[in-house]
Design a protein. Structure first.
Ligand SMILES: Cc1cc2nc3c(=O)[nH]c(=O)nc-3n(C[C@H](O)[C@H](O)[C@H](O)COP(=O)(O)OP(=O)(O)OC[C@H]3O[C@@H](n4cnc5c(N)ncnc54)[C@H](O)[C@@H]3O)c2cc1C
Length: 402
């Protein structure tokens, strides 16, 4: 087995130190405080500072606004930022969409946007889900109607995370309702400051801020269309496949499964629980860690998180989410009521880490595709099973009739 051991020479060690310095300067307590307050998973000053270093698109050459990092350095940057708890959702959605912009946007639009993205001035969010169902993205009903060189968009998207911090949304629209559902879609990059766009906050139990976005007679120039009219599904596939299957690096450095960054968060929570077990005192003066049952439960939690990290591809996505929910609940059960005190409350443990982990874990079963939908992906794309047939579908009716 290739464990891809990395030799840390002086040069690489200097880079690690540079990243840690950057984090000490820019991922400050104020950044964490803002995140706790807003749940936006974005900090403008930090994002711009990343841009100034060329670290938004770190592998691109400096003439494209990047830092020309090799894969090892890129991975170091990624892991150090993650360990520091740097807010990064908008960074992630921007990178996802950029691939499609470079492939499908008119060359002048791509040439205008890439340097702005690299500097941190332009950011993208994902406008897929609609109130009638986010799992079936191809059922989108938001309408785009063409009039010469302009399109008029009407509809509503929900859970457009980061819209309040982005300049454009990567919007899937219906342009021909008479075509089969996957064939009547067109993709746009809609400027979020367009008249008729209205963004409203949604706050989740996990402390995240996402949005409902209304589009009322929003006029968009054809310049902002990505790919062919009615060919939107093909444009969407790239970013969607990356969310479902990963970026496709096969270099021994990348995460094995989807959702591993969440699991690494949970590793921190388990370590926090071990700290609690070593320092807390029971009424008889003993420490929880002295109890073999506590040690066994902490060991099991650590093992479960490790197993979720080692589960590859879309299976990892299901395993990570289910482990997060179970382990977070298990830690609360083990520690007791104090674990449910939120950050800032009198007597809260580990800065409220256990309460937060418990709430945050729930959403991981939903966004980026629910764990049920990932099970379908595993069935069809990993196990090669046929597409599921649902009650009410024509296929089921046909098969019963025959
Ligand atoms: C915090 C948060 C952030 C999000 N960010 C974004 C974002 O930035 N952009 C964006 O576009 N969306 C975003 N989403 C939306 C997310 O992708 C959807 O919520 C998710 O895909 C599920 O869609 P839904 O909520 O409409 O549920 P539905 O699709 O209505 O599903 C309801 C239930 O039915 C199950 N189900 C549906 N279809 C199937 C099936 N075929 N087989 C088995 N079970 C099925 C689901 O698993 C679920 O349990 C976000 C959601 C949350 C909560």
């Amino acid at each position: 087995m290739d464990f891809s051991r990395i030799e840390v020479d002086d040069d690489l060690a200097a880079f690690v130190a540079e990243v840690r310095d950057f984090i000490a300067t820019h991922v400050t307590e104020e950044v964490h405080e803002e995140e706790r307050r807003t749940g936006g998973s974005f900090n403008l000053a930090l994002h711009k500072a990343l841009g100034a270093k060329g670290w938004i698109l770190p592998r691109r050459p400096p003439e494209q606004g990047g830092a020309g990092l090799d894969r090892v350095r890129e991975r170091v940057l990624e892991l150090e930022m993650e360990r520091a708890g740097a807010p990064d959702i908008t960074l992630g959605t921007t990178r996802l969409v950029l691939t499609a912009v470079e492939k499908y946007a008119a060359p002048d639009l791509a040439a205008e946007l890439v340097p702005k993205v690299a500097r941190g001035d332009v950011r993208f969010c994902l406008g897929y889900s609609e109130p009638d169902g986010g799992s079936d993205i191809a059922a989108a009903r938001t309408r785009a109607v063409r009039d010469g060189d302009q399109w008029t968009i009407n509809g509503q998207k929900i859970f457009t995370t980061g819209a309040q911090n982005c300049q454009y949304t990567f919007l899937i629209t219906r342009t021909d309702p008479d075509l089969p559902k996957h064939k009547g879609l067109t993709m746009f990059l809609v400027p979020l400051d367009s008249p008729g766009v209205e963004i409203g906050p949604i706050h989740t139990v996990g402390g995240e801020r996402t949005n409902v976005v209304y589009y009322g007679d929003v006029c968009v120039s054809d310049r902002y269309r990505l790919g062919p009219v009615n060919g939107g599904w093909g444009v969407l596939r790239g970013p969607l496949d990356e969310e479902h299957f990963g970026a496709g690096h096969d270099d021994g450095l990348s995460d094995l499964g989807i959702g591993s960054s969440w699991a690494r968060r949970q590793e921190r929570d388990v370590r926090a629980a071990v700290r609690w077990a070593r320092t807390a005192r029971r009424p008889d003066g003993s420490r929880p860690i002295d109890d073999p049952r506590v040690r066994a439960r902490l060991g099991q939690a650590a093992l479960d998180v490790e197993a979720s990290l080692a589960t590859p591809g879309p299976m990892g996505r299901v395993r990570v989410s289910e482990t997060m929910i179970e382990v977070a609940a298990g830690l609360v059960d083990l520690i007791g009521p104090e674990a449910l005190l939120p950050h800032g409350a009198d007597g809260c443990l580990e800065d409220g880490a256990f309460d937060y982990a418990h709430r945050f874990a729930q959403g991981t079963a939903i966004y980026g595709g629910t764990t049920e939908v990932f099970r379908n992906i595993i069935a069809q794309h990993v196990l090669g099973l046929p597409r599921p047939v649902y009650p009410g579908s024509r296929k089921l009716a046909d098969s019963r009739g025959s």
